[in-house]
Design a protein around this ligand. Structure first.
Ligand SMILES: [Zn+2]
Length: 192
């Protein structure tokens, strides 16, 4: 049976990979986006705590849904999901220090595909693939406004708003499925 330390290590590894790739996608976006797409702006300071609160709050909800199946010992998951949900906004940082950047360069399906592949290679855990999908789609479902779904391959911006409900549903189903798969796997091992 997997130990808590294994779960803690998986949380640490997935958070480090996710954060590193957000920074890579931010830098690549700044280099690759045409000048007319470099219109990413800093959010007004007064709006930051509210938006961060929404992201972290929804992350706790998703983590809590996973733990319905993982059980009480899986506290690292409750911490991991809000952290992963909130981290995606690291891709706004250049705008805060006055640098030109594209809008939300890591809020991209290319980004999540790369993150899933890298995490799969290192961790080989389907439950963590689903936690990443849940955190990513949960974040996009909370956001509003423009994003470039295929950044850094294309900086054609699309409105997020019509997709918010399907994204939020995807995040909830993935969070539940992550816990369910983990429990099924552990049950199978225990019965062997
Ligand atoms: Zn965002």
């Amino acid at each position: 049976m997997r130990s808590e330390s294994t779960l803690g290590r998986a949380v640490l590894v997935s958070v480090v990979i996710y954060a590193a790739l957000i920074i890579v996608f931010t830098l690549v976006g700044m280099a690759a986006a045409p000048a007319e797409a470099q219109v990413g702006a800093a959010r007004p300071a007064s709006a930051i705590p509210v938006h961060l609160g929404e992201l972290v709050g929804f992350g706790f909800l998703l983590g809590g849904l996973s733990v319905v199946f993982y059980g009480r010992k899986a506290l690292p998951i409750i911490i991991a999901t809000p952290l992963l949900v909130a981290l995606l906004d690291l891709d706004h940082l250049p705008a805060y220090i006055g640098l030109a950047q594209p809008i939300r360069p890591a809020h991209s399906f290319v980004f999540i595909m790369v993150a899933l592949v890298c995490t799969a290679i290192v961790l080989r855990r389907l439950d963590f693939e689903l936690i990443l999908v849940s955190s990513f789609t949960g974040h996009l479902g909370i956001d509003q406004g423009l994003f470039a779904p295929f950044s850094p391959l294309s900086f054609d911006y699309v409105q997020l708003d019509p997709y918010r409900i399907p994204l939020l549903l995807c995040s909830i189903v993935s969070a539940l499925l992550a816990g369910y798969l983990w429990r099924r796997e552990n049950g199978r091992r225990a019965s062997q």
